[in-house]
Design a protein around this ligand. Structure first.
Ligand code: PMP
Length: 394
């Protein structure tokens, strides 16, 4: 059968990560390639009890269709969290519950991107966003990511393009680089957005998972009408329930609600009620601290092993939070070759190439530190060092 698919499907890359994970899932392999939270921190017993209570006590409402915007008490909780953690003042009307924060990216693509609309994205940028936006056939404009945030010249040039849709970025512990934007860069980005009437999509998937430094000020606090902020329960409770949210100014929210109605009517009301009840009954700050402490130990193990074993010509980021660090190899070393050779040593890494919309990233790697024990982290980094040393000797 010759199936005729829409043009957009030809232009959308299959998720390289999903393809890679298939190879790296073997139990013998130490994998730094994936992006999974550590399952040992999932609140399994608490959620089992909460789910049972929700179904037993609120069954008819929890199992019925519900509103597109989402469960009001949960949206209130998110608004209060924003006020308390970030000093962001929003009403629940500016919050829409989504199916993971990945759905935010799809809905944003749906309402803002026409074929050929220019979209600014960090270079390197989050692969899931590249994939979600690609379906709407934009023209990507890479904005170089420096150690303290986006290159301001690139941003300025982008914002002056006539048909520019939005700039998308991950200011806190970015995926893939682990970089957190400095306060100065956030201010400068906000000024640029203000002067050019630009829109910023501030993806805050990792904002709560922070194990070093102060809590940075979101760009949303500086130019609130020009920022759409995405959040997620995936990293602070569990990704399996697929619960996220968008926080957007009312006129944008109206469009998002229409787009979501066409997509799935609403996110699971059962999952929303379970999450809300869990948040009401358990001390979430203590849980988040436990997750952050666990990830800090894993991150420190990886950084220590890298410092001890990697060749000196290799550089890397030291994250303040999140789940990844970023490795830059000498210019002539191919990360694809490192990937292939490392697999033979039974360690999996993720080449940085798919995180670039313009074909860069030849000599970069993303390493995930949240899903391996200390022993495996050290063993994996030693194996990877052997591969790098051999390649550098050539
Ligand atoms: N944004 C970023 C930057 C991410 O890394 C991820 C998950 N890896 C997501 C969004 C989507 O996460 P979820 O749909 O689980 O909320």
């Amino acid at each position: 059968m010759n199936y005729r698919f829409a043009d957009r499907m030809r232009k959308t890359p299959r998720s390289f990560i999903r393809e890679t994970l298939k190879v790296t899932e073997h139990p013998d392999i130490i994998s730094f390639a994936g992006g999974l939270p550590n399952p040992s921190v999932f609140p399994v017993q608490e959620l089992a009890k909460t789910a049972e209570e929700v179904i037993r006590e609120d069954g008819p409402a929890a199992l019925q269709y519900a509103t597109t915007e989402g469960f009001l008490p949960l949206r209130n909780w998110i608004a209060e969290r924003y006020a308390h953690r970030y000093g962001i003042s929003v009403t629940p009307d500016e919050i829409l519950i989504t199916h993971g924060s990945q759905q935010c990216l799809d809905l944003i693509g749906k309402i803002f991107i026409d074929k050929g609309t220019h979209i600014g994205i960090e270079r390197p940028g989050y692969l899931g966003a590249i994939q979600a936006f690609s379906l709407y056939e934009p023209a990507f404009v890479p904005i170089s990511l420096e150690m303290d945030g986006p290159a301001l010249d690139d941003l300025q040039n982008f914002l002056q393009i006539k048909n520019c849709g939005f700039f998308y970025g991950v200011p806190n512990s970015q995926n893939p680089s682990g970089i957190t934007w400095s306060d100065e860069k956030r201010r400068a980005v906000a000024d640029s957005l203000h002067d050019n009437k630009g829109i910023f999509i501030e993806d805050d998937a990792y904002g709560e998972i922070r194990f070093r430094g102060d809590i940075p000020r979101p760009v949303k606090t500086m130019v609130p009408d020009q920022v759409v902020m995405n959040g997620s329960f995936s990293k602070i409770i569990t990704p399996g329930m697929r619960m996220g949210w968008i926080c957007a100014p009312k006129p944008i929210m109206d469009q998002l609600v229409t787009a979501k109605q066409g997509t799935d009517l609403h996110s699971s009301i059962l999952a929303q009620r379970i999450i809300y009840r869990y948040l009401s009954e358990y001390p979430i700050d203590a849980y988040i601290k436990r997750i952050s402490d666990t990830y800090k130990c894993q991150c420190d193990s990886m950084v220590r092993s890298i410092q001890e074993h990697f060749p000196e010509s290799v550089s890397y980021t030291i994250p303040e939070g999140g789940m990844f660090l970023w490795v830059t190899l000498p210019e002539n070393i191919s990360s694809m070759e490192v990937f292939a050779r490392a697999l033979k040593e039974k360690v999996a890494v993720l080449p940085g190439i798919p995180f670039y919309t313009d074909g860069g990233g030849f000599n970069t790697l993303r390493l995930n530190f949240t899903n391996s024990s200390h022993e495996k982290i050290e063993d994996g980094i030693i194996r990877l060092s052997r591969v790098l040393n051999r390649l550098l000797e050539k």
